[in-house]
Write a protein of this length. Sequence first.
Length: 108
Amino acid sequence: MGINQKQILKMKIWTDREGNKVTPKEFIDRWKLGLQGVTPLQQVTQQVRSTWIIIIGVAAGIVVSIIAIKTLWWLLIILVGAMFNTIIQQIGLWQKKTLLERLQGGIL
């Protein structure tokens, strides 16, 4: 006894901030409009924050690889390369964010 598509759509009831019911199509349309309104500065700020999460994950992988160096030496090489690449990416994003903040503030 499976669940058909109509039952799935009936189970998903979205509401907006005022409490009005929103259809799945209307929800997707509103979501697209919201994404189009994201500024470049907001986008870069989120990228900077997300890159820190990646750096933490790669650093944790490096620590684990060092602990098990006899079997994971090859992974350590890959992760060290990824760490350098991610740090360079973070520096570029930080520079881009700083430039966009200066442009928005009217400094340039």
